[in-house]
Design a protein around this ligand. Sequence first.
Ligand code: FES
Length: 88
Amino acid sequence: MAKREKVAVKICVGTACFVQGGADLLLYDEFLDPIVLANCEIEGVSCLGKCKEAGSKEGAPFVQIGDVVHGDMTEKKFCDLVAEAVHA
Ligand code: FES
């Protein structure tokens, strides 16, 4: 069986995201399932640009999983979306 690539996960740590929960998401190794954790590459990145988009339905904190940026990120939503991406 071919080895799968790890899912790329970027947690925004720009100011808007950091103060609205992004900082808590950086503690992902405390709440993410170990199997999911082993199958993704997570990094903190500077502003993803989403916080500056006018009329966006979602707010900070933002996280990019694969090619998609998700907002209003919570620990629960983060775990669900990352697990979904890993198991896809
Ligand atoms: S600070 Fe996170 S998208 Fe701008």
